[in-house]
Design a protein around this ligand. Structure first.
Ligand code: HEC
Length: 247
């Protein structure tokens, strides 16, 4: 338990341990019946932005939660891997040790919000707009977490907001030859749940695993869904995303 004490004392785990944990989390915890990309919640609970102690996370990850779908990872992950996953979960949870600067989420939230940033936030969740960023991205407990958690990525330009790197969207092909751009949500008992990104808001579909194939690259255009935003508006959204970044 020495490392736990160290983790708490140092207010943060070494960056390479967090990075290793992120990889394990992405492979074992984010997919399937699980916690969502970047811990943003699939069907299992959300991890991101929540408060946990390292002791609790280690226990639950190692031993599982009896009577629930949360499996015990002891035996499947080495002790070192378990620690890395815990370090990663702490880095995205609301534990006071979460932010590299030592700043807590509460402190970050209490920072005064400049007018431009406020405008960006309103644009992100713009209720009047047909399709808004919040249709597919959740931040600050608002919006819908279909796409990636934007608090966990660093965006440098509005061009990246229009055309982000294609990482997770792929082309799903059904036995009927129907094809659509899709995001994998969950795979279980011969069934696969995917978001169909043909339209916004994206539609959650359940298909038989043996009737589904994946093709790369995805024929999907993020820019088409953010078309209603002008460059000036996207600049404000960018300011908002930057403001959310821990400093
Ligand atoms: C119709 C759903 C949808 C809407 C609306 C949408 N996005 Fe996305 N966004 C996605 C998906 C899905 C991805 C992941 C693409 C991939 O990995 O292939 C993504 C990716 C991104 C990324 C890249 C994240 C990374 O991992 O690097 C950024 C940044 C982003 N979106 C910002 C925005 C902003 C800002 C808006 C509003 C102006 C917006 N998105 C509107 C679905 C959407």
């Amino acid at each position: 338990m020495l490392w736990l004490a160290l983790l708490v004392a140092q207010a943060g785990a070494p960056a390479d341990e967090v990075a290793r944990g992120e990889k394990i989390f992405a492979a074992s915890c984010a997919v399937g019946y699980c916690h969502g990309a970047g811990g943003s919640a699939g069907r299992a609970p959300r991890i991101q932005g929540r408060s946990f102690t390292p002791e609790y996370l280690l226990k639950v990850t190692r031993d599982g939660i009896p009577g629930t779908a949360m499996p015990a990872w002891r035996g499947q992950l080495s002790e070192e891997e378990l620690r890395a996953v815990v370090a990663y979960m702490l880095s995205i949870s609301a534990h006071p040790a979460a932010l590299p600067s030592g700043e807590t989420r509460q402190e970050a939230a209490a920072r005064p919000m400049p007018a431009r940033v406020k405008t960006g936030r309103e644009l992100f969740f713009d209720a009047v707009r047909g399709t808004r960023c919040g249709t597919c991205h959740a931040l600050e407990n608002w919006g819908v977490a279909v796409g990636p958690n934007l608090a966990a990525v660093r965006v440098r330009s509005i061009e990246e907001l229009r055309r982000p790197p294609a990482r997770s969207v792929k082309t799903a092909r059904l036995a009927s030859s129907e094809e659509f751009p899709a995001l994998l949500v969950e795979q279980k008992d011969g069934w696969v749940r995917v978001y169909d990104l043909t339209v916004a808001p994206p539609v959650l579909r359940t298909v038989a695993a043996n009737e589904l194939g994946w093709r790369e690259p995805a024929r999907w255009d993020h820019a088409a869904f953010v078309r209603s935003y002008t460059d000036a508006e996207l600049q404000a959204v960018l300011d908002y995303l930057r403001w959310l970044e821990p400093r």
